[in-house]
Design a protein around this ligand. Structure first.
Ligand code: TXA
Ligand code: MG
Length: 356
């Protein structure tokens, strides 16, 4: 898209989107255009998943590398058969339990799915979102919708329509503004074409929840990697990109909370003596233990959902305020904490200080 296009903003009711507005957006999708829309995880940038020209526009608008496959979103179970002819046997129990919701499942792709959508892979990633706006849009468009997160490649995923516009205004046809999203981190991506099933990206549906249905599952080594070295082993497609690279140097400090506080204070003081602008991302429990140019509270440890919800917004805020270095408190990497730590470690380019 060399020429700037006008991006229409369509404000809708988040729970009961107005049908006449959804019709307008659905028409854009059917005509091969790009529409960003809220889901329960983050905002997605949607196009007709079965139209390779439309899908290529997504890659262009986001500046996304062509070898990073997209998730295809559906509104009802019947749509799944357009996308795959051999649904893995474990799919049904997961669909019954977690759909609609933030779980993405891999299946062998059908002929109908263009190579552009799956970046040439033999599998397609499928998810049925629960957000009323996403569901209404897909149903009205009456085609599966391919949608990556609606950010420029290398930016944090958007959790508001404003974030989408900050990145993509003039590059996409439309944004449906349905307010702030619920979870704030992207869906769990689960490969059920392998045994044991393997989490490629941790998300709101946790390993623990999946294990209750499936028994033993694995987390891909890259998805739980702490060090850069660990990310070099056999990566699944899309894992090699540092999705959430902030402008400042991000350093994640992990370990027992009390020691983490001490370590961050020491590191922050050192960098300040060097004349650097230092930011610190903390939890409510420890916020008053720091003095820094800017301490931002991301959420409370007692409820990791609050951290997930504000994570990308807070990273964007640090980006806007021109810090040289940002220290981040690590949290326990279990449950939703694994998804949070996966995003933070990636954002930090695996620049992690671990204390025991
Ligand atoms: O919550 C979400 O999943 C959001 C909303 C918009 O639905 N979407 C999203 O899409 O996060 P994206 O493109 O930002 O991330 C998709 C992830 C990437 O890590 C990609 O590599 C992986 O899913 N993926 C997609 N298709 C795959 C496939 N066939 N095999 C392995 N990984 C795949
Ligand atoms: Mg993304």
């Amino acid at each position: 898209m060399t020429h700037s296009i006008e991006t229409t903003v369509l404000r809708v009711h988040p729970e009961r989107p107005e049908p006449e507005k959804i019709k307008i957006a659905a028409r854009v999708i059917r005509n091969g255009g790009l529409v960003a829309f809220p889901t329960e995880t983050v905002y997605g940038l949607g196009a007709n998943a079965l139209d390779d020209q439309a899908v290529l526009k997504i890659f262009e608008a986001k500046k996304r590398p062509a070898d990073n496959p997209l998730i295809v979103h559906i509104a009802g179970n019947e749509d799944i058969h357009l996308l795959t002819e051999r649904l893995p046997e474990k799919a049904e129990a997961l669909m019954n339990k977690f759909w609609p919701g933030p779980l993405t499942l891999l299946a062998p792709k059908s002929e109908l799915v263009p190579n552009a959508t799956t970046a040439g892979l033999a599998t397609v990633a499928i998810r049925m979102p629960s957000h009323p706006v996403a569901r209404a849009l897909i149903a009205e468009a009456d085609v599966p919708i391919a949608a990556p997160s609606a950010n420029l490649a290398g930016k944090p995923s958007p959790t508001t329509a404003k974030h989408v516009l900050d990145d993509l205004s003039g590059r996409i046809d439309m944004v449906i503004d349905g307010g702030a999203v619920g979870f704030g981190v992207e869906s769990t991506v689960l490969d059920i074409t392998v045994d044991p099933p393997t989490i490629l990206r941790p998300g709101p549906i946790t390993k623990e929840q999946l294990e209750r249905i499936l028994g033993r599952i694995e987390v891909h080594p890259v998805a739980k990697a702490e060090t850069l070295a660990e990310t070099i082993v056999a990566r699944a497609p899309g894992m090699k990109y540092r999705h959430y690279a902030p402008k400042a140097d991000l350093v994640v400090v992990e370990g027992p909370p009390e020691k983490v506080v001490e370590k961050i204070r020491e590191l922050a003081d050192g960098r300040k003596r060097e004349g650097k602008r230092v930011g610190i991302m903390v939890t409510k429990e420890t916020a008053d233990r720091y003095r820094a140019d800017a301490v931002k509270v991301v959420g409370t440890r007692r409820n990791p959902r609050t951290i997930a919800k504000s994570l990308f917004k807070t990273l964007r805020e640090f980006d806007e305020s021109g810090f040289d270095v940002v220290f981040v408190e690590g949290i326990e990497p279990t449950g939703l904490g694994l998804a949070i730590m996966n995003r933070l470690r990636k954002a930090a380019g695996h620049n992690i200080v671990r204390i025991s």
